[in-house]
Design a protein around this ligand. Structure first.
Ligand code: TTP
Ligand code: MG
Length: 408
């Protein structure tokens, strides 16, 4: 296990509690320990309706699993101990788990009641190694809640998600950056996070069982067969996933980013993309009738190093021109000579309700621009995105055609 993270562009963990509701039931009633516990309405009472929320690992040996009708669970495991779900209690434990996780990093994305992604890139030096922080997370969750977590750590979210499930329960699976492909290749494609039943069926029809099989398919074939999912499958099969760990709360920020198909150092393409993204973000803000005071710029270079800059302004805005100019100013603080850009992101946060903002005398200029851009929005809505747009964006779009993927 490496003692440093120099070979890790990012360190992403996925934490998922083991048999969460069932484990809490065992904590509350230690007599249940080691027994097949099934959280769901008791099928012997009432009409046996309802489904299983979850089952202890002992019950899973009988084939019982989440979302199965309790009547079926009873047939598979007649000695199962059925306990009715207690939402409030589970919610309390869930909050305690997340409190522990938040003590390791502020960059946390809760995915469900018992799982979260953590970006540990900035915290790792406090623990010395990836393995040490993984062990520390598990130990602290256990100490604070008496519950077991499984942890996966990898350079990307999708691989970390697969890794946390890899050695459940009480697992810790670390996938080093140079092991990602070997880890993924033998796995069934159904393990890829985000591949739904429909895609799975299509893949099965094509005789594609493992990630290795999937990787043998060309991008063109995948695009033709799966449409928008094609690119996603192509990237997932190679462990390529640049998605950040973020708080999904849409009211906190509005952002768009773009990954270039090949890394860019042409200033006109970079500036044009910046304008395009500013326009997208501003248009989304205007549609939602909100404005923001903090403008965020994100840059990822060819070596995957990622930087953010932000600037807070006095007067909230949702104007393309304002956002673009501020981003351009922040872009100029980077020394781009000899560097190639892989990804650009533009975001606006510290959002305010536009309707509540008083316009004063100084705002008249802004108001004029606002009206113009509102007209542009309406025209775009009616005639499509390319009907009317800033000329520079259009130029960049043309030039980029050879270089870029679609938006993420
Ligand atoms: P999961 O993490 O999917 O399952 P789990 O924690 O019980 O087991 P595992 O060790 O495999 O992670 O879901 C978390 C909780 O969410 C689970 O304990 C109960 C609840 N849940 C339902 O109520 N219905 C469902 O269909 C699923 C999947 C989960
Ligand atoms: Mg779980």
């Amino acid at each position: 296990m490496p003692k440093t993270t120099s070979s890790w562009p990012r360190v992403i963990a996925h934490v998922d509690m083991d048999a969460f509701f069932a484990a809490i039931e065992v904590l509350r009633n230690p007599e249940l320990k080691g027994k097949p516990v099934i959280v769901g309405a008791d099928p012997r009472k009432g009409q046996g309706r309802g489904v299983v929320s979850t089952a202890s690992y002992e019950a899973r040996k009988f084939g019982v699993h989440s979302a199965m009708p309790v009547s079926r669970a009873y047939k598979l495991c007649p000695e199962g101990i059925f306990v009715s779900p207690k939402g409030g209690v589970y919610g309390d434990y869930s909050r305690r788990v997340f409190e522990v996780l938040e003590s390791f990093t502020p960059q946390i994305q809760k995915v469900s009641v018992d799982e979260a992604f953590l970006d540990l890139t900035g915290s790792i030096h406090l623990y010395g190694s990836v393995e040490a922080i993984g062990k520390a997370i598990k130990a602290k969750v256990l100490a604070e809640t008496q519950l077991y977590a499984s942890v996966g750590i990898a350079p990307t979210k999708s691989v970390a998600k697969i890794a946390s499930d890899y050695q459940k329960p009480d697992g810790l699976t670390i996938v080093l950056p140079d092991q990602v492909q070997d880890f993924l290749d033998p796995l069934p494609v159904s393990k890829i996070w985000g591949v739904g039943n429909k895609s799975n069926e299509t893949l099965a029809h094509l005789g594609i069982r493992t990630v290795r099989d999937l990787r043998a398919l060309s991008r063109e074939f995948l695009d033709a067969r799966f449409g928008k999912m094609g690119g996603f499958l192509y990237r997932m099969a190679r462990g390529i996933d640049e998605r950040d760990v973020h708080d999904r709360d849409p009211v906190k920020s509005v952002s768009n980013e773009r990954t270039f198909g090949s890394d860019q150092d042409d200033p006109e393409v970079i500036h044009g993309t910046l304008l395009y993204l500013s326009e997208k973000v501003a248009s989304r803000l205007r549609h939602q009738q909100i404005k923001g005071r903090t403008i965020n710029l994100k840059l990822r270079f060819a070596d995957f190093s990622t930087f953010s800059r932000s600037k807070t302004i006095l007067q909230a805005t949702n104007l393309t021109e304002d956002i673009y100019k501020i981003c351009l100013g922040m872009l100029e603080t980077f020394n781009l000579s000899g560097k190639k850009v892989r990804l650009i992101g533009v975001g606006v946060s510290h959002l305010e309700n536009a309707a509540g903002i008083q316009t004063n005398f100084l705002d008249q200029e802004n108001e004029k621009k606002s009206k113009l851009e509102a007209v542009l929005d309406q025209l775009q809505d009616r005639f499509g995105k390319t009907a009317l747009t800033h000329a520079q964006t259009l130029n960049a779009r043309k030039r980029r055609k050879d270089h870029t993927d679609s938006d993420d």
